[in-house]
Design a protein around this ligand. Sequence first.
Ligand code: ADP
Ligand code: MG
Ligand code: MG
Length: 892
Amino acid sequence: MTTYVYDFHQGNKDLKDLLGGKGANLAEMTNMGLPVPAGFTITTAACREYLAHGKEPDALRDEVGEHLHTLEQAMGRRLGQTDDPLLVSVRSGAKFSMPGMMDTVLNIGLSDASVPGLARQSGSPRFAWDSYRRLLAMFGRTVLGVDGELFDDAVDAAKKARGAGNDLDLDEADLRGLAEMFKTIIRDRTGRDFPQGPREQLDLAIRAVFDSWNGERARLYRRQERIPADLGTAVNVVAMVFGNLGMDSGTGVAFTRDPGNGDQGVYGDYLQNAQGEDVVAGIRNTLPLTALASIDPPAYDRLLSIMATLEQHYRDLCDIEFTIERNKLWMLQTRIGKRTAGAAFRIAVQLVDEGMITMDEALTRVTGAQLAQLMFPRFAAGGRADRIAQGMNASPGAAVGQAVFDSGRAVELAAAGIPVILIRRETNPDDLDGMIAAQGVLTSRGGKTSHAAVVARGMGKTCVCGAEEIDVDAHRRQAVAPGGVVVHEGDVISIDGSSGAVYLGEVPVVPSPVVEYFEGNLVADGSDPLVDAVHRIMTHADGAARLAVRANADTTEDAERARRFGAVGIGLCRTEHMFLGERRKLVERLILADGDEEADAALAALLPLQRGDFVAIFTAMDGLPVTVRLLDPPLHEFLPDLTELSVRVGVATATGEPVADGDAALLVAVRRLHEQNPMLGLRGVRLGLLIPGLVALQVRAIAEAAAICRGRGGDPRLEIMVPLVGAVQELEVVREQAEQVLEEVAVETGVDVQALIGTMIEVPRAALTAGQIAGAAQFFSFGTNDLTQMSWGFSRDDVESSFFSRYLDLGIFGVSPFESLDRDGVGRLVQLAVDEGRAARPEIKLGVCGEHGGDPDSVHFFHRLGLDYVSCSPFRLPVARLEAGRAAVLDR
Ligand code: ADP
Ligand code: MG
Ligand code: MG
């Protein structure tokens, strides 16, 4: 027979699946001998039964009855007993804490009949009525579904009538009046009376907790966080202790360290003569926890010693709720505390130094996402700008610019070199150009999956969204913030994408000390505890990692930064930029060439330029591998825009002017190369196979550059990568050409130039035929961006702004597949290619060069697949290094 109810003595902290987080930790504290009020937990299994069958399991009623009976015996009074009522709280608590679950109901068991008894027993009629009106409001709102504002408004009216500043000024008569009023509200709104039977109250509250599992907010949250929908929640029934019994009582929250910055020492808030949520509800100003030291020294000392015990026990920062009832301390909750990114790093190493955890564990206590947060520039403290509003921190960073209210204006000003912040009520695909042009984006509507948020994150652009206090009026080109502050077009504003704050005026931006450390401008010498912590943890991560981390870098500047940021090679050096700018003309000549001679001339002109580029990059990465990708993008990207050119030629023809030299021929070529679907067109290896001499040119430039570096005593390590291969035959042709050139250069220069030749796996067919392709490839590098696009059949540029936010809202995606690798789909292709590639060529080198190489979750996946390296943009390197280390430690 299943047991549906556990006494606190029967549980422990490892039973979160069954007892939920809150219940498991209450049991743990009980068994540690800490002063926890007696109580019991109804398991998630009972909830699952209820959800599956629409009613409580038969045995539940009796089991609750038995545990209630035990509780009553321990407390020496019965639930709701008229002359001395036992009261309880009913608290939801799932395995993961979740928004949208039912709020706690306190003081259950109290009724018209037992209020006088409670008044007599406590010696305080005011307290009894205060407890009753709280029960009525909480029960009315959360269990019976009455609009909570009705109760709040009534309290406000009562305070006003009495000229009272806060709830403490309300006397017994006021509170009694409120209780009567609340009962009327409940009757009016629900068509029934507030249930007076204590057990009925309890059962209704328990059922309401079960029901809240399927509340709309909870369901949405679970879909987004990928929390299974069928876990169910536990319900905790806890004997009440009272913080509202007078000034010798109170309630508070505490952290064992400062969760904001990681400083050692206690941190928290306390409120005298108060109950439950009053502390966080802001009904009165709280006192800092240290004030308790003088209000009630023995209780304070006891609290401190319990906090130390808890920290030692949980070996981490603890977050605590407590209540003091007439000088007696009670523990009501503890859990591992949430903390800021900076605090996470600092606390992890503090715990190591205090002997509580190992460095391996410290590594698991921080995340790449936290490190990424520490790497954004921030607003300097003490700036003089006014904070005018608060929104959601949708995409981190600190951005300053002139306010603009439409996309066109944003583009216009940005083109003139003026930084702008685009302010919109909400954005849509028409705002895309403006978002690209702006330093940052601010919206007054929409959450973290809104269009603005999704697109800004995709671009790595600072974004604050859902700043609802701001009234955006695009027609009048202004926004009105609370207090009537008006932001006109052209006014400078600053937005903080990490905190969601909006400022009028320019807030100075300072670089992140963590980036300064990676750049080598700051050393970990004890002067900045955060930098020290990051240094120690990164060093440990590098030692633990099995997956190497390379950088995607196309220029010497990027290559140099990559080295500073700890890259052990370049995993992707794109060669596109080597064909742009001034050199574009040469490419044009190559494409338009009329016969081999002209083409050869264009190639010959490009050769020394490319060679120079490679010499610079190989020099910067001396001794480390550099993977050079042969030209990838469609040809039309190197030619003038079709529409523009057509108009130019058309206008000239119509006005009878002579068409400019070459324009006519160019137009023919541009028309010929125009593609409906360039992403799936003539690009990558297809280009190399179509344009004679292109592969040879690039390989020659690479090989000659390597020979030059070798001649100077350097140690260049080349890997030549062929993009967009779908069939081994494509690769074979290119490889043959490449090997021939390598040989020629070796003969000409007398330097034996070695290079690995491999391919990107980015077309699904390549993954599916990886066994064959490995026959011609010495390495695979997974181009997960294209692999994602082609697996899903959508192009990132098009879909991210058009329907991704809808997909996220609907829960079809938990996260964009461009941010984090889609393991179920794209991941299977990668897995398949890894297995077949290795089977065909055991020594094959395997890496990833898509942006996923810098995404924490994806890094863990690649680690598990046993890849050799991931490659990501230089700024993501520290994140990837940290996660590679974490993946190795978590794997042990
Ligand atoms: P949440 O998960 O929202 O924090 P809790 O169940 O912890 O909800 O309860 C809300 C508030 O009520 C907290 O301040 C908690 O300490 C307080 N509380 C809960 N149970 C009791 C109890 N039995 N006696 C006194 N206060 C309680
Ligand atoms: Mg709580
Ligand atoms: Mg690609």
